[in-house]
Design a protein around this ligand. Structure first.
Ligand code: PD2
Ligand code: ZN
Length: 288
């Protein structure tokens, strides 16, 4: 058969469906191929159609099987591309939006005074950062995170209270679903290697962690103190780096605990100066 005829034998969705149906009915590749040849298909085209169709189908099935169901996530009201959002006691600026993964960079989330107050209250309570250890459900020092940090209790002081109410309104997510605010301090050389903020469903400690509030479904990282160089928040899957500008914040959400959310992110090494952030992680349900 010449190449002109081959070109006319397009692999249509109907043909793909027929091939998958035959395979599911238990016919071997040989039988399906013979059947295609008998109805006039060129052998090369038929073999190629079968290979690509069945491979794509198997991948689709694997992805479907491995993916947890999506859950509702916090959503700032940005459908109509507003420049500003009313966060109750403050007009927050919408600086940049990414659709997939859902990322919003905000400006004017905190005043300079609020940033200073949070840093001053956190400084005497800093300790080398721990991360939740999903193998056991406990906490451990993590070599991927060379910052030091502390947690505020929810509503612990007036600035924390005001900020938590502001974030709940900005992100349309109940205050009670938020973990306590975490403050992190990075010196030059300190970084937070790329990671996902959700708890890995395959780790044995995760079911224990999830009993309190369910999965994390969103993160907002707020910049309290800006380094002169380095220290951006990076999203390697989409080659994005958010500048750690004081008073600004980056928000992102993940509707399933899976890398397909493309929410891998990290804190790039600080090169010069100091970086201070406040992170609020948002859970599916009340976090008590
Ligand atoms: O400091 C950051 O930019 C950063 C990067 C990745 C913070 C977090 N993750 C976090 O607090 O989860
Ligand atoms: Zn993170």
């Amino acid at each position: 058969m010449n190449s002109k005829v081959k070109q006319s034998q397009a692999i249509t969705p109907e043909l793909r469906k027929w091939i998958v149906d035959q395979a599911q009915a238990g016919f071997t590749a040989d039988v399906v191929l013979k059947s295609m040849l008998a109805s006039g298909w060129d052998e090369d085209v038929a073999v190629d159609a079968m290979e690509t169709t069945l491979k794509a189908h198997l991948e689709e099935q694997a992805v479907k099987k491995g993916l947890p169901d999506p859950v509702p996530v916090p959503r700032p009201a940005i459908d109509q591309s507003p420049l500003y959002l009313d966060a109750g006691d403050r007009q927050v600026h919408v600086l940049q939006v990414v659709a997939n993964p859902p990322i919003v960079v905000f400006g004017n989330v905190l005043s300079d005074e609020e940033c200073d107050t949070l840093i001053a209250a956190a400084r005497p309570r800093l300790a080398r950062s721990l991360t939740v250890e999903t193998k056991t459900g406990g906490e451990e020092i993590n070599g991927d995170r060379t910052s030091s940090g502390m947690f505020f209790q929810r509503g612990e002081n007036e600035v924390v209270k005001a900020l938590e109410a502001r974030l709940a309104r900005l992100l349309n997510w109940p205050e009670e679903n938020g973990e306590g605010l975490q403050i992190l301090h990075y010196h030059p050389g300190a970084e937070y290697k790329p990671h996902y903020d959700y708890f890995d469903p395959n780790e044995p400690g995760t079911p224990t962690i999830l009993k309190r509030g369910g999965q994390r479904v969103g993160t907002i990282v707020m910049y309290l103190g800006e380094p002169a160089k380095g220290g951006g928040t990076t999203f390697p899957d989409i080659h994005l780096e958010v500048a750690p500008k004081r008073g600004n914040a980056v928000f992102f959400s993940y509707d399933r605990a899976h890398p397909s959310t493309k929410t891998l992110h990290g804190g790039a090494p600080v090169i010069e100066g100091e970086k201070w952030i406040a992170t609020k992680w948002l859970r599916e349900r009340r976090f008590e």
